[in-house]
Design a protein around this ligand. Sequence first.
Ligand code: APR
Length: 254
Amino acid sequence: MDDLERLAADIRRADTVVAFTGAGISAPSGVPTFRGDDGVWEHFDEGQFTYGRFQRDPEGFWADRLELQRAMFGDEFEPNAAHEALAGMGHDGTLDAILTQNTDGLHGDAADATGTDGTTLLELHGNARRVRCTDCGRRTDGDPVFERAADGELPPTCECGGVYKPDVVLFGEQLPGAVIQRARELARESDVFLAIGSSLVVEPAASLPRLAASPEATVGIVNLESTPVDSTADVVCREDVTAVLPRLRSLLEE
Ligand code: APR
């Protein structure tokens, strides 16, 4: 039995299966990753995107944020075979939850295309397609607001006069309490926890696999590069997500 067959066997036996994803799952769709050669943080300074900067200098923050959005999400992109495999597993009832660090909305697109509604999707870092008013709290589609900002409305504001913030968790900002609490519960409850396409160095990515790692649970990693969790994981696949996840789904269908 190879590693993937073992993973499939554990998933078949499991009550709760959780996938935790990072930028690597969207890389084959053309969205850049954060770390490594040509990663976003090679070209941008993380310090430009802190919550403190947003509060101090919303105009400068928004000017830089537009550049980051163009670099990350400038091209048209769609879910790839890995997003589709996870959505398919949700549809088949073999995956209970997707916890993602990604703000690109691609898991939601794949779920909509597949008609999956039984899988919990937690976007831990928010969704970069939306903006949120820092005064009235209204959330709205980001595109018209990004256009206004690109046309010179810096910072863009809501009808109530409040400044809009991208609906993502910035550096120095707390993850919403209810979201992180649910993510921790799901990690603890999981019989199989699969970390996919993440370097697992940023919190909560670094600690969720540890919460999942009870003696009875299976922790699997699918990532091109090694991660700090590999040495304690039960299964490590150092392969492309678009090769591994469709294969895993096919094994589960056998
Ligand atoms: N298949 C498998 N793994 C891949 C692929 C692929 N096709 N492409 C890239 N990877 C792996 C890389 O080897 C890398 O280890 O994906 C990982 C992506 O790591 P990061 O760029 O660090 O992304 P992530 O873990 O999601 O970053 C976490 O850091 O800066 C913050 O807020 C940002 O949400 C982000 C968080």
